[in-house]
Design a protein around this ligand. Structure first.
Ligand code: C5P
Length: 235
């Protein structure tokens, strides 16, 4: 895998035009493009095909969470769109994740099984917030437990904060894919991200892909920003 292929650019924009402009600028500079709830809701599933037509792989970050039957059917549709990776909430339970895995296997063209990623605990929730919901275990324990459950269900990887990378790599072994947001090269602003790490450190800690938004998308030259990050990864 080339260093730039580890870069997932978060297309956190409000319409198709802005998204496709970024994809064009970043051709050959980033491996994957993340379509999240904002862009998907605004532009519809056609955006996935349009990104693919420009040569980009798509990370569909819709964080599915519902009854197993519904999630399985939604995953089947995402697989038919040909997404490269997608997210599912581990807190939907073992059976829900198993339904997702089965639906992906049934619907994926041969050799094109998408990477199913589990979201464990949202980084916006701390121990206090979790307690208010009714989870008394604490964030770190919960992340570990849900990550192991995702592995048991046959999910391909985990979305994890930079701070959890080392622990997850140790517990889950080498084959689970770890995808990490909260990445900031030394030259960029942290913005609202609090627990950040550099691209080089993330790779050292066991990260396979990094989700990067504003350091690339808000840069005056996104292609140059992505190249600098790829250089940092390879160093
Ligand atoms: O612009 P920035 O690099 O902060 O964007 C990071 C991307 O990763 C955004 O799309 C954000 O929603 C996503 N993300 C995150 N932290 C998480 C999970 C997802 O920043 N814990």
């Amino acid at each position: 895998m080339k260093p730039y292929e580890k870069i997932i650019v978060a297309l956190d924009v409000e319409n198709e035009k802005a998204a496709l402009a970024l994809v064009k600028k970043l051709k050959g500079k980033a491996g994957v493009f993340k379509v999240g709830k904002e862009l998907f809701t605004a532009a519809g599933p056609g955006i996935v095909k349009k990104i693919q037509k420009l040569g980009g792989k798509v990370f569909l970050d819709l964080k599915f969470h519902d009854i197993p039957n519904t999630v399985g059917k939604a995953v089947a549709q995402a697989v038919k769109l040909g997404v490269y990776m997608m997210t599912i909430h581990a807190s939907g339970g073992l059976e829900m994740m198993q339904a997702a895995v089965a639906a992906a296997q049934e619907n994926a063209p041969k050799g094109k099984m998408p990477l199913l990623l589990a979201v464990t605990v949202l980084t916006s929730l701390d121990d206090d917030a979790l307690k208010k919901i009714g989870f008394s275990e604490g964030a770190e324990q919960m992340v570990l437990r849900l990550a192991k459950m995702a592995q048991e269900a046959g999910m391909g990887g985990i979305v994890s904060s930079p701070k959890e990378l080392k622990m997850l790599r140790k517990v889950l072994g080498p084959s689970m894919i770890l995808v990490t947001p909260g990445i900031r090269p030394a030259w960029s602003a942290a913005g609202d991200q609090k627990r950040i790490t550099t691209p080089a450190q993330a790779v050292r800690d066991g990260c396979n892909f990094m989700v990067i938004g504003r350091p690339i998308t808000a840069h005056k030259n996104p292609a140059e920003a992505a190249s600098l990050i790829a250089k940092e990864i390879s160093a």
